[in-house]
Design a protein around this ligand. Structure first.
Ligand SMILES: Nc1ncnc2c1ncn2[C@@H]1O[C@H](COP(=O)(O)OP(=O)(O)OP(=O)(O)O)[C@@H](O)[C@H]1O
Ligand SMILES: [Mg+2]
Length: 342
């Protein structure tokens, strides 16, 4: 009777925890398991042996140690199936008068923290690398302007132009990074507005008409009069802009007229936006990596054209937030085609 009362109280406490937790008795059998534990260890039910549910020698050793005399233990637990997960398991001794010495196991999920940590490391390395070049060039010009070129009017004008470009480059990099992180943070929230993609394409083509002309590119549009999807207008503008801008920058041919085709189709609940160019195309080995942050197929060319390698990463995340996907196809020598399927 008393034992039931003890366990009822303990169970209420465990259920009140947000983290997965279980209470293991002196015989190595699970006495209690809270609901939060079920998705993680479906087999962990009161009455079953802990050793059969959690096949980790480290944890079982720690359980034995706490059952014997250790007050607390902490063990890191890596689970690889079905998905990779990492937990810190805290073990604490819980004397229950009617049962004996029990162990409380609480599971702290470190999975996202570790993923974030890995991304952070890569990210810091990339950003510093991207900022170092324009910064070094800016500092070089500042020194030249303070020293040898102090009184050279012509050099000053020329250097200030380059310095302006470098500063803009850094500022664009930071803008792109901020948008990327904002979109990522909201990725799980579905946009709700009704947006006319035809209007978006029109607006973007108008905005890019100057650089299209400069690259001798004709923007050919094929779209229904209206093409409504559920989305976020600003993000869809960014997505379209990145694709068309890339097609103009990398899909045009030097000293030659060329064409970029932008197609919108809508049928059976599926909307497809395709941007196709007729440039040099992209070698097969680059295709799977194009949407990685800072990845460029031809780094020198892209940098010369003011690219930071974040455009397609943005496109991919925007597409994902819209429950869409990006497909890239290219035949080297015959241009590339980027489709977003909503
Ligand atoms: N239409 C295309 N034809 C050939 N190569 C392309 C095309 N679109 C993209 N690429 C290649 O993919 C790379 C990544 O593109 P992405 O838009 O992510 O970066 P970027 O254009 O270099 O920089 P940003 O978009 O940030 O200004 C580009 O550097 C380029 O090498
Ligand atoms: Mg781009």
């Amino acid at each position: 009777m008393d034992q039931t009362r003890d366990l009822t109280l303990a169970n209420a406490l465990l259920q009140g925890l947000r983290e997965p937790a279980l209470l293991c008795g002196p015989d190595g059998k699970i006495r209690l398991a809270n609901d939060a534990l079920a998705p993680l260890l479906p087999g962990a039910k009161p009455g079953s042996l802990l050793a059969l549910c959690l096949r980790s020698p480290d944890i079982l050793d720690a359980v034995q140690a706490v059952l014997k005399d250790a007050p607390r233990r902490a063990v890191r637990w890596h689970e690889r199936v079905p998905v990779e997960q990492v937990f810190d398991i805290e073990l604490a001794s819980v004397p229950v008068e009617t049962i004996g010495r029990c162990v409380l196991l609480t599971f702290h999920d470190l999975t996202s923290a570790q993923r974030v940590e890995k991304m952070r490391e890569e990210f810091v390395a990339n950003v510093s690398h991207e900022l170092r070049t324009p910064l070094a060039s800016l500092l070089g010009f500042v020194e030249t302007l303070q020293g040898p070129a102090r009184d050279d009017e012509r050099a000053r004008t020329q250097f200030l132009t380059i310095m302006g470009e470098q500063a803009r480059r850094m500022s664009r990099l930071i803008d792109d990074l901020l948008s990327l992180s904002r979109i990522e943070q909201q990725e799980h929230l579905r946009p709700t507005a009704q947006v006319d993609l035809t209007g978006v394409v029109e607006q973007v083509c108008d905005a890019l008409s100057t650089i299209a002309r400069a690259n001798r590119v004709t923007l050919k549009r094929m779209a229904p009069a209206q093409c409504i999807i559920t989305g976020d207008r600003d993000e869809l503008i960014r997505l379209t802009e990145n694709l068309i801008e890339n097609a103009i920058k990398y899909g045009s041919l030097p000293d030659q007229d060329s064409m970029v085709e932008i197609t919108l189709t809508q049928s059976q609940g599926q909307t497809v936006l395709t941007v196709r160019d007729h440039g040099v195309g992209i070698a097969r080995e680059h295709l799977p990596r194009l949407t990685e942050r800072f990845y460029r197929a031809n780094a020198g060319d892209s940098r010369a054209k003011g690219g930071t390698g974040l455009g397609l990463a943005l496109v991919k995340h925007i597409a994902m937030r819209h429950r869409g996907r990006l497909e890239i196809a290219s035949t080297p020598g015959d241009g590339a085609s980027f489709s977003v399927i909503f």
